[in-house]
Ligand binder design. Sequence first.
Ligand code: ADP
Ligand code: MG
Length: 240
Amino acid sequence: MVDPRKSIIDQRLGKIGRIIAVSSGKGGVGKSLVATTFALTLVQKGYNVGLFDLDFTSPSTHIILGAEDVQPIEEKGIIPPVVHGLEYMSLVFYTKDHATPLRGADVSNALIELFAITIWSNLDFLIIDMPPGIGDAMLDLIRLVANIEFLIVTTSSRLAFETVKKQAVLLQDLKVSTIGILENMKMDNNGCIQAQTGELGLRFLGGISFDPTVEEAIGDKSQLLGTAFARKVAEILGEP
Ligand SMILES: Nc1ncnc2c1ncn2[C@@H]1O[C@H](COP(=O)(O)OP(=O)(O)O)[C@@H](O)[C@H]1O
Ligand SMILES: [Mg+2]
């Protein structure tokens, strides 16, 4: 049977220019920080941007944005609050910072429901912060969002890159568009990740160093946008 919510989702997303999922086979590589900073730099450039936190394992964009107190408005659907110029939606609005031990079907349902009820305006970009891994959330997203593009984040570690490699190959097999691979918290590794990204036939977007000033900037948009990390994100992902 066809899920009736699929056609609602098509309508809801119909007016959005590009939908980019920031994802990784691995956790802790900087997906949330990259997704949030990327979204904020696009706002700075004058684009209409949405940020959608779909990480049911540990939502964190609300902390990075310093948006712990906002709530969406219900009006024949859910209208995302505007935070620092971003239309912002997160699972956290419905989990209230409690742990959500969601299991397979529940995760899918929550994800489909959120896509079906959220009313975005005519966005140029919708940036999605994904849970780690190559799981159901990724497959659901591919099924639900026809023109989804993936931006893959890795660190320089082989432990991260091995899972990212599997993810990249799977996306290629599924004929899903991948913007490229971003190497975050880059170590001095002589372009090892860059070379391997090339071997996968994917675009290497660039490397970002560990920036010790980031931690203090979490929750403070202006301070975050002033970090070397944010400047590098804007430089690398400027024209995605
Ligand atoms: N380039 C960087 N410089 C400094 N800290 C970083 C950098 N990238 C990520 N971090 C930090 O690393 C931790 C993990 O990042 P996070 O975005 O939560 O990862 P993920 O969403 O992939 O689990 C966070 O504390 C974040 O602030
Ligand atoms: Mg995260």
